[in-house]
Design a protein. Structure first.
Length: 95
């Protein structure tokens, strides 16, 4: 009986407005296309800071419909996990 009450209380807390209101980042390297990142001034600035060596590359325009995680498969030496994580941290700050 007590276990059932504790489980019900835990479930109610998990569904509370505060728990449900956790913000999902507006941009991320896994979910946002390169085009969406480049079309937003703040996200583009974060991208240029993280990847200055490719920011002016004309091939970038051909990848506008891909995510950075997708592109990582083609150039893992440029789009390393560490650099993508750093960019994700900056993108998470954009409101």
């Amino acid at each position: 009986m007590i276990r059932s009450l504790l489980a019900a209380a835990a479930f109610a807390i998990a569904l509370s407005p505060a728990a449900l209101a956790q913000e999902v980042p507006k941009f991320s390297t896994a979910a946002s296309t390169i085009g969406a990142i480049l079309d937003n001034a703040d996200a583009k600035a974060a991208f240029i800071k993280a990847f200055p060596e490719v920011a002016d590359n004309p091939q970038l325009d051909a990848a506008r419909d891909m995510t950075l995680q997708d592109v990582k498969g083609y150039a893992p030496e440029i789009f390393s996990d560490e650099k993508l994580a750093a960019l994700d941290a900056e993108l998470a700050e954009i409101k």
